[in-house]
Design a protein around this ligand. Structure first.
Ligand code: ADP
Length: 255
């Protein structure tokens, strides 16, 4: 209970600081963006690529700031019914890149998965966070398994109320965690990684995101054997929406 309180207080302080900085940064980026747009008709063709690259950088910055605001202020989440398979498929290449060579990637995806009610962009980000932790736990290589299954809780369990969940998991065959690490991993800024390698914010942000989504985060770990981190996401009542690119082209409205 004491650890939970300390965690909540640190998270609150970090959240306020981050939200404040993110807010000011957002204003700055919008000012830069309007400036670049005003300049764009006057820029000679030879400099256009520079301008475009700058605009892209500003857009990336704006996206990052929005994500920071989601984690810090716990606002801006856009939950909708999502097909877990599509979500995992969407991770594909990014996951390969993030994880790299000596680690094999496998999947264990159950049939007839329910749709999950979650913000898909944030869920992907959370899974990438977990995958990077899994990779870091396997410096000599190993296997990373992405799992997905349905789960029904008849009674509340951990931080999750009774109900239906879609459970997305990342399992590694890495170092695992001793109990004294395991009990602190959700604390903001707690890291065992070298300076510059870890921020200690990954799991606390993922935890904030899933609880805010009405779900829960579970961690099972055995020193020397490996770790499974699971996102318990609430089941969506409505069927999953198709990803945007798979939607049929818009038809003109009937006269
Ligand atoms: P960071 O990755 O920046 O250290 P996290 O909050 O994501 O921050 O993780 C905190 C700590 O939890 C890590 O430094 C590591 O000690 C431990 N940890 C997280 N995931 C794993 C894992 N899959 N295997 C072993 N240890 C892990």
């Amino acid at each position: 209970a004491e650890a939970a309180l300390r965690r909540a207080q640190t998270l609150e302080a970090v959240g306020q600081l981050t939200a404040g900085v993110a807010h000011d940064f957002n204003n700055l980026l919008q000012a830069i963006r309007s400036g670049l747009y005003l300049l764009s008709p006057r820029v000679p063709e030879t400099s256009r690529r520079v301008l475009d690259a700058s605009l892209q950088a500003v857009d990336r910055g704006a996206k990052l700031v929005r994500q920071l605001m989601v984690f810090a202020r716990r606002e801006g989440l856009e939950p909708r019914p999502v097909d877990p398979r599509a979500l995992i498929a969407g991770l594909g290449e990014l996951l390969q890149k993030a994880v790299g060579a000596p680690v094999a990637i496998e999947t264990a995806i159950a049939a007839d998965l329910w749709p999950a009610l979650v913000d898909p962009t944030q869920a992907e980000l959370a899974m990438l966070n977990l995958a990077i932790n899994a990779r870091d736990a396997m410096p000599e290589g190993g296997t990373l398994t992405i799992g997905a299954r349905n789960a029904r809780l008849a009674v509340p369990q951990g931080g999750a109320p009774a109900g239906d969940y879609v459970v997305l998991s990342v399992t590694d065959t890495g170092t695992g965690m001793p109990p004294e690490v395991l009990e602190r991993v959700l604390e903001p800024f707690f890291t065992t990684k070298a300076i510059g390698k870890g921020t200690g914010l990954g799991l606390s942000m993922v935890h904030g995101f899933v609880t805010q989504s009405g779900g829960d985060l579970r961690i099972e770990s055995r020193p020397g054997q490996g770790t499974t981190v699971s996102l318990w996401l609430p089941r969506a009542e409505a069927p999953a929406e198709l990803p945007r690119e798979e939607l049929a082209p818009a038809r003109p409205a009937p006269a």
